[in-house]
Design a protein around this ligand. Structure first.
Ligand SMILES: [Zn+2]
Ligand SMILES: [Zn+2]
Length: 154
């Protein structure tokens, strides 16, 4: 599992916040406190999450945000490349923070939905080599492996 300490998260959050602010300004989007609170929650506390879980978490934090604000902010954050949207084989879209985070890969349990991350230099090299051969310019990569986790496999 890839882990980052709280200080590292704080630092990425501040950088992401500056990028988000700039993006909202240049695109004439409103800089509402709700949008920044959503960004903060994602960068400091969320890993792989869906919109509904984020909505519930914001409500638990006593933050008054509507579902519409959650969905609309997630859309902007994807566009602004601060979060990535994943389809892990079910119909649910899961998001994860991405600014300042390396490309990495996922082991996805098809029974319980547990996700384990890994980051392996050999995968990066292989992606690079195959892309070069095909004259392909990589923006990012995300490899998903589907199966059953330790707990679910028996
Ligand atoms: Zn499982
Ligand atoms: Zn991930």
């Amino acid at each position: 599992m890839i882990t980052i300490d709280h200080e590292g998260l704080e630092e990425r959050h501040l950088q992401a916040r500056a990028k988000f602010k700039h993006f909202l300004e240049t695109n004439n989007n409103r800089k509402t406190p709700e949008r920044f609170a959503i960004l903060e929650e994602i960068y400091l506390n969320q890993h792989h999450f869906d919109a509904e879980a984020l909505y519930i978490k914001m409500k638990q934090n006593a933050y008054r945000v509507s579902r519409a604000t959650i969905y609309n902010t997630l859309e902007i954050l994807v566009e602004c490349e601060l979060i990535k949207a994943h389809q892990f084989g079910n119909n649910k879209t899961l998001y994860e923070r991405s600014y300042g985070f390396e490309d990495h890969d996922h082991l996805v349990c098809i029974t319980c939905g547990t996700i384990v991350e890994f980051d392996d230099e050999r995968v990066h090299k292989s992606v690079q080599a195959h892309s070069e051969v095909n004259g392909f310019k990589v923006e990012y990569h995300s490899l998903n492996v589907y199966g059953k986790c330790e707990k679910c496999k028996d």
